[in-house]
Design a protein around this ligand. Sequence first.
Ligand SMILES: [Zn+2]
Length: 258
Amino acid sequence: MSDCEQLKEYYEAYALSALEGEERAALDAHLERRCPVCTAELERARWLVAQLAYLAPEAEPPAALRRKVLAGAGTTKPSEGRGWIPVWAWVGAAVLVLFALFSIFEMRRYQAELTSLQDEIRAAHSRTLELESERQLYQRALVIRTASGTREIDLKPSGKSALPEVRAFWHAQMGLVLAGHKVPSPTPNHTFQLWVVPKKGLPLSAGIFHPDAAGTVLLVATPSATLADAAALAVSEEPAGGLPQPTKDRILWVGPVS
Ligand SMILES: [Zn+2]
């Protein structure tokens, strides 16, 4: 009997120095041949036993441990100076607890791997969704821009600011695209907000936007005001989240809808 499968039930007893007789001889002989499986398993069993040392009262497991364990609960006579729980029973219970702990340890490691894998999948998935929504945005913008009947509106920087021009493309049914290049970021905690200024009444917000890192602006909006009723488009800088009405002296771009 030198098969690893047969030997594996003896590792813990061996590590506890509780294995005797022909089983011990067999495992000794097997280990001398440097079986990698059993060597690793015995290492694990020794680790378990080492953990046992932290929990156990200072006691060598009795030599007859294995025999007594196998004999069942026949010997319940208190052993000297160890309280009323027999040492073999205590060690047996501790080994069970350690097996449970070891399984939990293994399970945690497995779960940690699983969690990190799930995180990767989630990140890849959200990146895919991001790219997909970006693709859809560009596609919508392109459709509006190239459709027949789309009105082109140039928004010029108001005052003497050195801002670049931005341009809007508005289709009565499909919506409005605002595009710009090299547009600087708004001041911290602020956002740009697009307004439709109607021929009658108050300006209506058509959305907020931020240029990307390269200063590119691409906003696709569906204004509540109709193209026919619009007198102008304006962009203002507002506190983050935008405001219901534009701040008068913060209007940065204006363009008439002719
Ligand atoms: Zn082996």
